[in-house]
Design a protein around this ligand. Sequence first.
Ligand SMILES: [Zn+2]
Length: 110
Amino acid sequence: MYPNCPKCNSSYTYEDDDLFVCPECAHEWLQNASEEEEEVAVVRDANGNVLQDGDAITIIKDLKVKGSSAPLKQGTKVKSIRLVDGDHNIDCKIDGFGAMQLKSEFVKKL
Ligand SMILES: [Zn+2]
């Protein structure tokens, strides 16, 4: 079902890419943008606190690091995280390790 034309109220409208088109008066208009908005997933730390970009966190357990013989130690502090989509939902930089991705369940907001 397409919405009626907002100009002439025709119901013979159709969809053309991201526009609706009215064949009767040639009016074109944008689809309701809200339908395409992505849902922003809420990321929570191990205690259930909501994390946001720029937060500082601490790691709550030793984590193995791919390509490194040393683990990330429990208690390591990380400044200004960035939330990303995916299994590892925190992007950050850690001194001595460089760019890392962490799981929010293994961190605690400071
Ligand atoms: Zn129309």
